[in-house]
Design a protein around this ligand. Structure first.
Ligand code: 4HQ
Length: 254
């Protein structure tokens, strides 16, 4: 039942603190997820435990050798031949919430973290099931990308966010940006909070949150609106909001 993550890395110490605090730490304690780090260097066969070498054809930097990676992945897969092996790279499929949800249905993920100029191409061809990118920027290694992936995937595992909440909740808001949140005090240096939130009128509060989520998404991430599946009622609400934004931008609004 529990989901397993095997992380193949040259820097296993990077994973000790970030994944053991707070929500993920509790999920590990509860046995909902298991995170193991595997040091690729332990799968070298030479006495100096060399895991990288210079690129054929010349050029900058070093490339991670195929044999230690092969042996490390084969070791991880020996416990579960159907484990799904992922390589983190800017060349991969863009990571998003849908991909996180899909990966959360896999009982066992193997995450290969590259350093330097990356790994020998044959390691990717022979042992990797899927390549994933966490965004269009260059990291010093795949380790932080693997942590991002583990964090987002774990939120989908039942119980990780507590017994009631899950990442699957509030389907309307999932495809949109969040509405604004407030907590005490109700007045901070003269700045109040939206009155409706103090009204105790739950349907009015729901409507306000829906409007704010739609407004924020149309202003900041219109690309997300295209993907969201809105009901006819939501679409009407969105039309109203877009009209209002137009009015505000033309200067005759409030
Ligand atoms: N790297 N999304 C280069 C990334 C990355 C990303 C990982 C840096 C692989 C060799 N990984 N190494 N962006 O920038 O996943």
């Amino acid at each position: 039942m529990r989901m397993k993550f095997d992380i193949l890395t040259l820097f296993p110490n990077m994973f000790s603190s970030p994944l053991q605090e707070s929500i993920l730490g509790k999920a590990i304690e509860k046995g909902l997820i298991q995170i193991r780090t595997i040091n690729i260097r332990d799968f070298t066969l030479d006495k100096h435990q060399v895991a990288d070498d210079s690129p054929y054809g010349g050029g900058q930097g070093m490339v991670m050798k195929v044999e230690p990676i092969a042996r490390a992945i084969e070791s991880a897969k020996s416990q579960n031949p159907s484990a799904w092996a992922v390589y983190l790279t800017p060349q991969g499929k863009p990571f998003n919430q849908d991909l996180a949800r899909r990966l959360s249905t896999r009982p066992h993920l193997i995450l290969l973290c590259g350093r330097y100029e990356g790994v020998d191409e044959r390691a990717r061809e022979l042992f990797i099931d899927e390549e994933i990118s966490i965004g269009d920027y260059v990291l010093t290694g795949g380790e932080l990308a693997a942590m991002v992936l583990i964090d987002a995937v774990s939120r989908f595992i039942p119980g990780v966010l507590g017994s009631v909440r899950s990442a699957e909740d509030d389907s309307f808001f999932n495809s949109l940006l969040e509405y604004p949140q407030y907590t005490r005090p109700s007045d901070f240096r003269g700045r109040g909070i939206p009155e409706v939130l103090l009204s105790g009128n739950h349907s009015a509060i729901s409507l306000w949150r829906k409007r704010e989520a739609l407004r924020r998404t149309s202003l900041r991430r219109p690309d997300l609106l295209a993907k969201a599946n809105l009901s006819d009622e939501d679409k009407k609400l969105l039309e109203e909001i877009l009209q209002q934004i137009k009015k505000e931008q033309s200067g005759d609004g409030v």
